[in-house]
Design a protein around this ligand. Structure first.
Ligand code: HAM
Length: 417
């Protein structure tokens, strides 16, 4: 084979696509009843948009972005996530003039040049939401409620909702000072990555997975113990709302997130079923980003779900059952083309999926083809059948068959769907 898809990128084939469509349909259905409206932004953006929002010293910007110069020498990037683009669109289109909250969702591909492994791709897909204009913790609580409802609709259970607060521009600098001092005394014993992070982004040292670092850092100071009065109250009110909404959660003071724009609340939805890449969704509040991009000061929060990881978690059998059955119209040659067309239209008008032989094949060959296509039903259209307006039908799975008018056949098939 001469060509193959790039490493970390994959085809989603028709046999799998109805699982994706099912996930996307559920997302649209549920997000829209919470008044989130769809937004579609370009896949290619100015690279600087991500540099400034996600942060120059983060793994995503430092190592993982697909960046290149366009024909005019402008530095552009394939979007590694959706939040920065939605914030840009919100400001560029003056959406802040509409009444708050403004709530958006998006579904689409993202690109990160990561080392591919199970659950981690270079082109992956997210379903994300962003909510602008309201600073109270009801917003984050609603986001978790939305996630819970969405996962329930897909029958995905056993998820863990983990929350934390990473403070604001008032309390975080103080905390960082303490953290810096603590790490400074231990840095020479930490792993190479942590030594690098210590200089550039010390918060990321907290979630290092290397066992020796974990041991050295077991009593690392945590942001949650340094929150200012406002952040503490917000975080505690948030938890009260979660209790009110009956969303089980766990405070995990070690969640720091790999993107710099967060302020205050952050959260992750994780599961043991996914192995090392255990986060199926993640998000938080980012109250300073709109202003950083030149818009009016606007509180905001959101999350994104990784679709590939969701597909892994889904009971595929359950979804495949939702697939509409295929009906194969077996016919006796070209002379009956008009009748085949009529019957196909009537069946399609009733939302059945119809297939036929396009060339002249014997009845036996057509039945064989119906079998190979996994048709659930075969309807036979021959001269005799047309004259009597009675068609032979056969249910392929158990061989039951009969003769009936098309309306009767439609009712039989609908009953057994
Ligand atoms: P994130 O944590 O970088 O957040 O990504 C969110 C989710 O996308 C992850 O939990 C994971 O399920 C999925 N994901 C990330 N990278 C990959 C990958 N390489 N392969 C497969 N799946 C992946 C964000 O992107 C933020 N924009 C979320 C957000 C929205 N925060 C506020 N609003």
């Amino acid at each position: 084979m001469k060509y193959s898809a790039l490493r970390g990128m994959k085809d989603i084939l028709p046999d799998e696509i109805n699982i994706w469509q099912h996930i996307e349909e559920k997302a649209r259905e549920i997000f829209e009843i919470f008044n989130f409206r769809e937004i579609r932004t370009p896949i290619l953006e100015q690279a600087e948009l991500f540099l400034r929002s996600i942060g120059e010293d983060t793994d995503i910007v430092e190592k993982e972005m697909y960046v290149f110069n366009d024909k005019k020498g402008r530095k552009v990037a394939l979007r590694p996530e959706g939040t920065a683009s939605v914030v840009r669109a919100y400001i560029q289109n003056s959406l802040f003039n509409a009444p708050s909250p403004q709530k958006f969702y998006y579904i689409g591909p993202m690109f990160r040049y990561e080392r591919p492994q199970k659950g981690r791709f270079r082109q992956f897909h997210q379903i994300g939401v962003e909510s602008f204009g309201v600073s109270s913790p009801e917003v984050e609580a609603e986001l978790l409620l939305l996630l819970k409802k969405f996962f329930e609709s897909l029958k995905i259970v056993e998820l863990s909702f983990e929350i934390n607060s990473i403070g604001c521009k008032i309390c975080r600098p103080l905390y960082k000072e303490g953290l810096y001092k603590f790490l400074g005394e231990r840095v020479s014993n930490l792993c190479f990555d942590c030594q690098r992070r210590f200089k550039k982004n010390p918060l990321r040292v907290i979630d290092c997975k290397v066992p020796s670092c974990r041991e050295i850092l077991s009593d690392i100071p945590l942001m949650i113990d340094f929150l200012c009065e406002n952040c503490r109250k917000h975080f505690s009110d948030f938890q009260k709302k979660l209790e009110l909404y009956e969303i089980p959660y766990k405070v995990n003071p070690k969640i720091v997130r790999g993107l710099d724009y967060y302020t205050g609340t952050v959260f992750e939805v994780t599961t043991h079923a996914l192995g090392a890449q255990n986060a199926v969704a993640a998000g938080g509040r980012y109250d300073e980003l709109v202003e950083l991009f030149g818009g009016p000061s606007t509180p905001a929060a959101g999350f994104a779900i990784g679709i590939e990881r969701l597909v892994e978690l889904l009971d595929k059998k359950l979804v495949l059952q939702l697939q509409k059955p295929l009906i194969f119209l077996a016919h006796a040659g070209e002379a009956l083309e008009r009748e085949v067309l009529n019957l196909s239209s009537r069946l399609r008008d009733n939302s059945f999926i119809v297939e036929r032989a396009y060339e002249n094949l014997s009845l036996k060959a057509q039945l064989k083809r119906a079998d190979r296509l996994k048709a659930k039903w075969v309807i036979i259209v021959g001269e005799e059948e047309i004259k009597k307006s009675l068609y032979k039908w056969k249910k392929m799975s158990d061989g039951t068959q009969g003769e009936a008018t098309l309306d009767e056949i439609i009712s039989i098939m609908k009953e057994q769907e």
